[in-house]
Design a protein around this ligand. Structure first.
Ligand code: C2E
Ligand code: MG
Ligand code: MG
Ligand code: MG
Length: 281
C-alpha cells in the first residue's frame, strides 16, 4: 500500500528506518535457506602482474542468486551476515568452494594460481578459524600455497589476538593480504610486525588518478609505503588505461579492476586459463 514518504512528513524517518530494519530482518531470515538451497555462487576476478601482464591469481567474490529478487549484492548481505553471526557458516562455504574449485582446475591441467578468499573479522576471530582452514585444505587436497586470505584493516586493531593466528596461517604456507588499505586505520607498526604479504590499495585512491595531482602523489606514497614494508602492492578498481599506465610507471606490482576483467563465473575463468596457458607455451 502507498505510504506518505516525504521529508515534510514527521514520520518520514520512522518509515525509512522501519523499511531498512524489515529488509535486514528478511535478509537475515533468508540467508540459511539460501545456503541450503545452493543460491550462492562464487565469481572470480583476476589479478594481473604489471610488469609482465601475467595472471597472478584469482579473487573469489560471493554472488547470491535469489529466486525472487535476482542478484543481491554482497555489499548488502555480508554486513547482515556479520551482525547475525551467519558469516561463520557462509564463510566456511566460501572457503570450501574456492579451494575445491581451485583444486579441480589444477587437476584438470590449467596453470596453477592462488585463489584469494575474503575473510570477515567476525569469522577470523572465531576460535575454530585456523582449524577450519586446515580442514578445508585437507579435505579438498589444495596445497596451502594456493590459498590467500584477504582481511581488512579493522582486524589489525586487535594485534594481540591476531598475531598468533596470522603466524600459524603463515607457517602453514597460506598468504595474507590486507584488503581496502587506506579506508580503515592501521598502525604502521602493526603493518611492519604482522606477517602480511600483500597490500591491496582501496579503489578510492585509484579513482581520481591520473587527473588529480594530489591523488597521484598520495597514491605514489602509498605504493612506496607498501614497498618499504616489504609487501607486494596491488591496486584495486583499475578501470582505465591511464590508471593502468600510471600504476605501472610508479612501480605498483599488481592490479585488479574492470580495465582488465570484471569478476566472472567459473566457465569464463576456464576460458581465461585456457588462453593464458596457450599464450605462455
Ligand atoms: P573487496 O574484497 O574489496 O572486492 C572488490 C570489489 O570491487 C568487488 O565487489 C568487485 O566486484 C569490485 N570491483 C572490482 N574491480 C572494480 C572496478 O574496476 N571498479 C569498480 N567500481 N568496482 C570493482 P563485490 O563483488 O560487490 O564485493 C564487495 C565486497 O563484499 C568485497 O570487497 C568484500 O569486502 C565483500 N565480499 C565479497 N565476497 C565475499 C566473501 O566471500 N566473504 C566476505 N567476507 N566478504 C565478501
Ligand atoms: Mg577482497
Ligand atoms: Mg578490496
Ligand atoms: Mg573494496
Amino acid at each position: 500500500e502507498a505510504k506518505t514518504e516525504s521529508l515534510s512528513d514527521p514520520h518520514y524517518f520512522d518509515y525509512y528506518l522501519m523499511d531498512k530494519l524489515l529488509e535486514r530482518v528478511q535478509i537475515e531470515k533468508k540467508l540459511p535457506k539460501a545456503l541450503a538451497e545452493s543460491e550462492f555462487e562464487l565469481h572470480y576476478q583476476p589479478k594481473i602482474d604489471l610488469s609482465t601482464g601475467a595472471l597472478t591469481g584469482l579473487e573469489a567474490l560471493i554472488r547470491w542468486n535469489d529466486p525472487t529478487e535476482g542478484r543481491i549484492s554482497p555489499a548488502s548481505f555480508i554486513p547482515i551476515a556479520e551482525d547475525s553471526g551467519f558469516i561463520v557458516e557462509l564463510g566456511e562455504w566460501v572457503l570450501w568452494e574456492a579451494c575445491w574449485t581451485n583444486k579441480k582446475w589444477q587437476d584438470a591441467g590449467y596453470p596453477k594460481l592462488p585463489v584469494s578468499v575474503n575473510v570477515s573479522a567476525v569469522q577470523f576471530r572465531h576460535p575454530q578459524f585456523v582449524r577450519t582452514v586446515e580442514t578445508v585444505l585437507e579435505q579438498t587436497g589444495l596445497a596451502p600455497e594456493y590459498l590467500e586470505l584477504e582481511v581488512t584493516e579493522s582486524l589489525l586493531n586487535d594485534p594481540v589476538l591476531i598475531k598468533d593466528r596470522l603466524d600459524s596461517l603463515k607457517n602453514r604456507g597460506i598468504s595474507l593480504s590486507i584488503d581496502d588499505f587506506g579506508t580503515g586505520y592501521s598502525s604502521i607498526y602493526y603493518l611492519k610486525e604482522l606477517p602480511l604479504q600483500v597490500l591491496k590499495i582501496d579503489r578510492t585512491f585509484i579513482e581520481n588518478t591520473p587527473s588529480s595531482p594530489r591523488d597521484n602523489s598520495l597514491l605514489q606514497s602509498i605504493i612506496q609505503l607498501g614497498k618499504s614494508l616489504g609487501l607486494t602492492v596491488l591496486a584495486e578498481g583499475v578501470e582505465t588505461k591511464e590508471q593502468f599506465d600510471f600504476l605501472r610507471q610508479n612501480e605498483c606490482d599488481q592490479i585488479q579492476g574492470f580495465y582488465y576483467s570484471r569478476p566472472v563465473d567459473k566457465a569464463a575463468v576456464e576460458e581465461m586459463l585456457k588462453s593464458s596457458s596457450s599464450s605462455a607455451s
